[in-house]
Design a protein around this ligand. Structure first.
Ligand code: ATP
Ligand code: ZN
Length: 790
């Protein structure tokens, strides 16, 4: 049975007028007594169904949770992303809406006799268990007449949560003393005491953080407690989003370029013109102020505004500025929120308590009404595309919503995606260029350091003489530096010098990475970890050692080279704790550190006036990816990170170390010359038949059995072949770059095409036909316009 379609149910007489589109209901499904949750898509007077319709069992919501706009969007989204409509509908709601929550009825009109009767004199009542149909009807009539309101409160997500935490009464000296008395193999306890000594002013610290971040076990905490070294306490946390410190900024007098941008966008807001603007503004050209003043315009027009950012925790400054300007009218949706917090924000939007929503990818489904403006900052970011079903791109959804709401979309970036820039070239988007920095200074001076040169390769470590000198100078002048290395961990991998053996993950086809703080080898794909081997597991030689460089290693080198410098490291390993990103960036912003070292998470959006130097340890990490976007990603990363230097009064310098100094992506990034890069890269995409010249669809198959995976892939290829003309390019099946992940084999087929009228239908058929395969352990995914092919 095909399940990717709506099913018809009878509305029992008692629920007439109660059941409306956008509500969730419980219905019997299939044979037996199984009941499932469904969404009401449409209410009809008659049915063509042959046979006896089953009745709806009960309504879950008393008012619709999805608007007509969202219901319409779900049809389009399912079709566009080749996914089930039900998963699209679920994606639009905060995840807790899929779980249990309580409903409350609130009296608005406390004089109406019916309300008085219903409430029995109380201002609210909680709906527990099942209400009788008469009451449901009454509630609905009253709600329609605005005499009462209904609110949801999520169960198990009380406003205050209690958690176990650790604190200590000992001081630093006592802690170190206690540590020295422990047996050497009490590693977990030692780590615990070390941590406490280093973070005395931050106590108590929660169990979960100790476990996640430092691998300190519950048992170690308990032992330490028994020995009176620590105390276990309960902390009460208020559910309040962390990491936002509004930055009050007053409206600035715009530069000429900013004014021109604002004028064009505001005029589209006023005339309700669903036009798309591509704001291509160099780093530090003041795009934020353009966003803020256009949002203001939307609000003046009695409309709302939606603003997407790549990942909130990484761009706290942007969020702080929006909240600083518009205050309580803003809701923030970010991935760091707990389910409950997310739900709170969602409810504020639903209740129309807010007018501006800032959030990452999924915020594009925010239940805002009368949207007057949609902004996508750093529009080139890959994180706007979801990796799982439904594989949607937030930009596409934004453009769809803009049509429905009759409002403009602003795509902003210093390094637009090739797709967007090409659309601007064709006149589909309106191009607005901002070529000058706010401070009217030149873009920072960039030096490319050729790491193949003997003077660079001869030095021990990863810092060329040029980068060292520049760092020294920056420190001498009490300025700040940002150092980028796109690889976490201490050293990349372990290899045996005797037999060439590389230590790999048992579940995935990748090498394990050394993590110094854990003292373990770790898989970045599945999280598997194991002890560091003392000798080669293959040939038993002791000549097994580390290769490559990670952030932890560079941190060590910085400490050795510049012992007086204060270094902050920012990578996934130092930012596991909630609010950790914001904390590190605040410390850096307050100039409590001299050097910020990190992976690509430090590359974008940061605006610190004292940063005068940016150093890139190795520009080649993204370039060597086997992906058609490798050059584009490299150019974007280097341009963005370079743009962090010299944004205010002080002049900026950039040093890029590379083994490919002649590569156009690196050269163009060093001059921050987007337009030249764009032309060159378009030429290459044209030569190799890639987007934006061709559309792309990627079909991947995974199974634990490699033979079965291949067989299924060939069957799929045949299905595709019969729907394609000879102009289409069909590639594969071929193994993905990491052909085994978590014990599953991955194969992929790529279709590149220009105009294939039958392809869409065929892909939808494949989606439905392969449903049964899921039960046999196959994972089959169709990715429309993939972000990366690997
Ligand atoms: N009209 C203005 N007058 C004075 N200062 C301004 C003006 N507009 C922006 N600025 C300041 O200029 C700096 C850079 O602006 P902003 O951070 O918006 O740049 P951006 O274009 O977003 O750059 P990036 O792409 O690198 O993030 C900020 O510190 C901002 O406060
Ligand atoms: Zn693994």
């Amino acid at each position: 049975m095909q399940t990717n379609r709506p099913f018809e149910y009878l509305i029992p007489e008692t629920l007439t007028d109660v059941v409306v589109p956008g509500m969730r209901v419980e219905v019997p499904f299939g044979r037996g007594r199984r009941k499932i949750q469904g969404f009401v898509m449409r209410v009809k007077e008659t049915s063509d169904f042959q046979g006896k319709l089953k009745p709806i069992a009960r309504v879950i919501d008393l008012k619709p949770v999805l608007s007509d706009e969202m219901l319409k969007l779900s049809y389009w989204l399912a079709d566009r992303t080749y996914s089930f409509q039900i998963s699209c509908l679920q994606t639009m709601l905060p995840s807790v809406m899929r779980a249990k929550y309580k409903q409350y009825v609130v009296a608005i009109d406390e004089v109406d006799p019916e309300v008085v009767r219903l409430f029995n004199g109380k201002p609210t009542f909680e709906i527990t268990g099942q209400l009788d149909d008469e009451t449901i009807k009454l509630i609905n009539r009253l709600r329609r007449n605005n005499k009462i309101d209904i609110q949801y409160v999520v169960e198990n997500q009380a406003l205050q949560v209690k958690r176990q935490a650790v604190t200590t009464d000992l001081n630093v000296i006592q802690l170190h003393e206690a540590k020295s008395k422990l047996r050497a193999n009490a590693k977990s306890q030692i780590k615990l005491l070390e941590y406490l000594a280093d973070h005395l002013d931050e106590l108590p610290i929660e169990f979960s953080d100790l476990q996640k971040e430092f691998g300190v076990s519950r048992a170690a905490i308990k032992t330490a407690e028994k020995n009176d070294l620590v105390r276990v306490v309960e902390v009460t946390k208020l559910r309040k989003p962390v990491g936002i410190t509004p930055e009050q900024t007053t409206k600035m007098k715009l530069t000429e370029e900013q004014q021109a941008a604002v004028d064009q966008i505001n005029s589209a807001i006023e005339t309700e013109n669903p036009q798309t603007f591509l704001v291509e503004g160099v780093t530090g050209s003041g795009k934020t102020e353009v966003y803020l003043q256009t949002i203001e315009k939307a609000l003046q027009q009695e409309k709302t505004a939606l603003m997407l950012v790549p990942e909130i925790s990484l761009t706290p400054q942007m969020v702080n500025r929006v909240v600083g300007r518009f205050g309580d009218q803003v809701a923030v949706l970010h991935s760091g929120l707990s389910n409950g917090e997310r739900y709170d924000e969602w409810t504020r939007i639903e209740n129309r308590d807010v007018k501006v929503v800032v959030g990452a990818r999924s915020a594009v489904f925010a239940p805002l009404e009368h949207i007057g403006l949609i902004i996508i900052d750093e529009e080139h970011e890959g994180s706007y595309k979801q990796d799982d079903n439904p594989r949607y791109h937030a930009r596409d959804v934004a453009l769809w919503r803009a049509q429905v709401n009759k409002c403009p979309v602003v795509l902003g970036s210093a390094t637009p995606s090739l797709e967007s820039r090409a659309r601007a070239e064709k006149g589909v988007y309106q191009l607005i260029r901002m070529k000058k920095r706010i401070n009217n200074k030149n873009l920072p001076q960039v030096k490319i350091v050729d790491m193949r040169d003997s003077e660079n390769s001869a030095v021990k470590g990863d810092f060329s003489p040029v980068l060292r000198e520049n760092l020294q100078e920056t420190l001498d002048q009490h300025n700040q530096a940002i150092i980028l290395l796109n690889r976490r961990g201490y050293s990349s991998f372990m290899m045996c010098r005797e037999c060439g053996f590389v230590l790999k993950c048992p579940n995935c086809d990748v090498s394990l990475t050394y993590h110094k703080d854990l003292g373990k080898m770790k898989c970045h794909y599945c999280g598997h970890d194991e002890p560091v081997p003392q000798f080669c597991p293959n040939c038993k030689s002791k000549k097994i050692g580390f290769y490559g460089t990670g952030t932890q290693n560079i941190e060590q080198q910085l400490n050795d080279l510049f012992p007086q410098a204060r270094v902050l490291r920012m990578d996934v390993d130092t930012t596991r704790r909630k609010g950790a990103h914001a904390k590190i960036l605040k410390q850096f912003g307050d100039h409590k550190a001299d050097i910020l070292l990190g992976t690509q998470m430090i590359a974008k959006g940061l605006d610190f006036p004292d940063v005068t130097l940016v150093g890139v340890i190795n520009a080649d990490t993204t370039l060597s990816l086997a992906d058609f976007r490798a050059s584009e990603r490299t150019f974007q990363l280097l341009t963005q990170v370079s743009g962090r230097a010299g944004r205010a009064e002080k002049t900026g310098h950039v040093v890029i170390q590379t083994f490919n100094p002649d590569h156009y992506a690196i050269k163009d990034a060093s001059t921050q010359d987007y337009e030249t890069f764009f032309k060159q890269e378009m030429y290459i995409r044209h030569q190799s038949n890639y987007t934006p010249y061709y559309f792309t669809a990627l079909i991947s198959v995974a199974n634990q059995d490699e033979g079965k995976t291949l067989k299924q892939s060939y069957w799929l290829k045949k299905q595709l072949q019969t729907a394609l003309s000879k102009d289409a390019i069909l590639l594969g099946p071929s193994p993905t770059m990491i052909s085994r992940k978590q014990n599953k084999y991955y194969y992929q087929i790529i279709v590149k095409y220009k105009h294939e009228p039958k392809l869409h239908q065929r892909l939808l058929e494949i989606l439905n036909e392969t449903q049964a395969d899921a039960k046999n352990g196959f994972t089959i995914a169709i990715d429309n316009e993939p972000q990366h092919i690997d």
